[in-house]
Design a protein around this ligand. Sequence first.
Ligand SMILES: Nc1ncnc2c1ncn2[C@@H]1O[C@H](COP(=O)(O)OP(=O)(O)OP(=O)(O)O)[C@@H](O)[C@H]1O
Ligand SMILES: [Mg+2]
Length: 208
Amino acid sequence: MKTAARTTGRAAERRWTAEMEDLSLHILDVVENATAAGATLIEIRIHEDSRKDRMVITIKDNGQGMDGEMVTKVKDPFCTTRTTRRVGMGIPLLEQSAREAGGSIEITSEPNVGTEVVASFCASHIDRKPLGDIAATMVALILGNPDVDFIYQRSIDGVTTDLDTREIKEQLDGVSITAPPVLNLIQDLLSATPEGEDLNGSDQTASS
Ligand SMILES: Nc1ncnc2c1ncn2[C@@H]1O[C@H](COP(=O)(O)OP(=O)(O)OP(=O)(O)O)[C@@H](O)[C@H]1O
Ligand SMILES: [Mg+2]
């Protein structure tokens, strides 16, 4: 499975030697923040609108959140609650990637409620990084965090692909969501992205 090389937890270390080549790696990093904050439900939404030439990635969690002071400081690389090193790069690098592509990031957070990170990009900007292998990224996240639930939604010009691990777990009847056949199924479902040849596939619904 393609996911083998894309493990969660080591994204930060990889960054010191290799540039973040795609937006999926940024998503991994931001989700790592959410899991570190004790989130049990993480929503990942990727919306593309060609008419507005915008791409918006939203990652929302129900973790411990941050107070107002932390939210204003979090874009500074010297702001981290890490104990293993003194700089935190996840948010500053995402902001840099958004800025380079004519966009920005917004963070809203509330202690004991959760955090929402919204990154927007000019979709056609020459410096907008590709999304990368989002199906492999989602499978790696599910595999690495089986007790966390994920809501995933990707929409391209209103045509959406959705996944909710709570619904999948309900149907599994005791089988682990990390069982290889289940992960393969998820990978296949998410690989049929709205812009692919499966545009009229049954797993996609027009959104309002
Ligand atoms: N979703 C979140 N919930 C609660 N706190 C967060 C969240 N995201 C970021 N933070 C806080 O902001 C700090 C900075 O985050 P950032 O991702 O930039 O760096 P880091 O996670 O500390 O290090 P790195 O990403 O380089 O591994 C974190 O240490 C954490 O205290
Ligand atoms: Mg981080």
